[in-house]
Design a protein around this ligand. Sequence first.
Ligand SMILES: [Zn+2]
Ligand SMILES: [Zn+2]
Length: 258
Amino acid sequence: MDVHLEDLIVTVIYDNRGGAEGLGPAWGFACLVEGLEKTILFDTGGDSPTLLGNMAKLGVEPQDIDVVVLSHAHHDHTGGLAGFLDVHNDVTVYLLESFPNDIGSDARNRGAEVIKVSQPTELCGGATLTGAMVGRAGIQEQSLLLSTDSSAAVVTGCAHPGILSIVERAKEVTGREVRVIIGGFHLFRDSDASIRGTVSRLQELEVRWVVPCHCSGDLAIQRFADAYDHAFLRCSVGAVIPVGELLCTEHGDEQPPD
Ligand SMILES: [Zn+2]
Ligand SMILES: [Zn+2]
């Protein structure tokens, strides 16, 4: 199939911040990637009633999803999987080799194909996993990389290995500059000075669009908003991020596409 990257979009399905019309907030993260050869659910939030309820309100059909990626083995990212598979199990679930066995075996028992990865892995054209990265306390996590011929976007779950390390890994894996970062950046326990340092380092790395969600923390979200101005996109359930258009937009000082 022909892939038109302008059509590549990410929709937030599950986040701590709720959206309009009853889109439930709950602690955790999930988002949907559409516009590539495969439709990808990245993380599943903490519970399936919220995940599936938000999908229904957003008009997302579980049956349209081909791939489920679990970023890491924390419940606020894996908790919705079992209930999702009970509705739709014709999917391939990508998780890390380091995951507790019961998550993979339960998914297989519910009829899904399960692939355990540790190295960078291509899901389809334009979508690649970083492979396992290690964060504080040995927490292993993978992130999703969406790339065009010239640049890349990073989707993180909790960013336990550190958002800066993940951006560096993304550049190595894709050979592209990272222009867009979306997801939980896990800065909610960081000091203001540390947050400011991270934000300015991301600007030095020429990350042009930022969408901090989930565990990024209110202070960090404010700092990103201050530093990035209109290249900061506010995240809540139902937010639609036109990643393909952002990657095609050469400079972050242009207006974001509507
Ligand atoms: Zn976590
Ligand atoms: Zn989390």
